[in-house]
Design a protein around this ligand. Structure first.
Ligand code: C2E
Ligand code: MG
Ligand code: MG
Ligand code: MG
Length: 277
């Protein structure tokens, strides 16, 4: 009986593996189609400068709407992209689309905004990342200063030498580098000095729990102070309520992003939003 159970177990295990592999293959095919059939899109979330009430930037956020699967969130989509050969075409598509959009805004005479583009650890670690960014900047003719790559500290810490070198080269192209979800990774301050970043994005978990856990206020003001002393742009992410906004103002936080100001917007709505201010 034990033998039988063993065999059953084995059969169960192997069929799970097969179905996982075939599911991945199916999704990979769907994703190829998605790119070809324009099922991928970017939404844009505005960032607000509190001092002058101007929009300082937009963050590009990936959306995939599949007719049968429905909306697939980037948190699910990106890991999938990383497991397939799609990492290069998807990274390129996102970067190109975001840069083209910003160039279109600039050409239309809208106020200059930085375009934040997210890169996962694996995307950042592609060997030709600098060439890719340089190629897209050339193609779109976007002012490099209006592109800001968003990477997490954790991603940078995976290969410190590579990160230092790559960030240096990206900075030489003139693009900005932002540390996304700041405070949730390994926040070794000595590395902050080694990585030539321009922006800190305070993770939304700190912002959203200010009411119930007062020590988070201390973390937020520490990050703001850190940003000031390194001369970095600091953005509070995930600001949802007036109360959170008021607290951030008290702490002299200069920029915010979150549902309180605006949800991520379709390209059309983002264009309208930029035109109104
Ligand atoms: P992230 O870069 O930290 O982006 C912020 C996320 O918080 C977005 O979720 C945004 O819609 C959401 N958000 C914005 N304001 C608020 C708020 O006030 N409250 C709450 N609860 N949420 C808010 P989204 O679009 O689902 O993206 C999730 C994550 O997926 C992103 O986190 C980013 O890490 C990743 N991602 C999104 N687009 C891309 C992409 O094009 N490439 C890569 N590699 N990753 C992406
Ligand atoms: Mg981000
Ligand atoms: Mg974030
Ligand atoms: Mg994130």
């Amino acid at each position: 009986r034990a033998k039988e159970r063993g065999r059953n177990h084995y059969r169960f295990y192997s069929s799970t593996m097969t179905s996982k592999a075939s599911m991945l293959l199916k999704l990979e095919n769907l994703l190829y189609q998605a790119i070809e059939q324009n099922e991928l899109s970017l939404h844009y979330q505005p960032q607000l400068k509190l001092k002058n009430h101007k929009i300082s930037g937009m963050e590009a956020l990936l959306r995939w709407y599949h007719p049968e699967l429905g909306q697939v969130s980037p948190a699910k989509l990106i890991p999938l992209v990383e497991k397939t050969d799609l990492i290069v075409p998807v990274s390129l598509w996102v970067l190109r689309t975001a840069c083209q959009q910003n160039k279109t805004w600039q050409k239309a005479g809208l106020p200059p905004v930085t375009m934040g583009v997210n890169f996962s650890a694996k995307q950042f670690q592609q060997p030709n990342i600098v060439e890719m960014v340089s190629q897209v900047l050339g193609e779109t003719n976007l002012d490099p200063q209006l592109l800001e790559l968003e990477i997490t500290e954790t991603a940078l810490m995976e290969n410190i030498e590579f990160s230092q070198e790559t960030l240096g080269e990206l900075r030489q192209l003139g693009v900005k580098i932002s540390l996304d979800d700041f405070g949730t990774g390994y926040s070794s301050l000595s590395y902050l000095q080694k990585f030539p970043v321009t922006t800190l994005k305070i993770d939304q978990s700190f912002i959203q729990s200010v009411q119930d856990t007062p020590p988070n206020t201390a973390i937020i003001s520490a990050v703001i102070a850190l940003g000031k002393s390194f001369n970095l742009r600091v953005i509070a992410e995930g600001v949802e309520t007036l109360k959170q906004l008021e607290l951030l103002q008290q702490l002299n936080c200069e920029e915010i992003q979150g549902y309180w100001f605006s949800r991520p917007l379709t390209p059309e709505n983002a264009t309208q939003f930029l035109s109104r201010v």
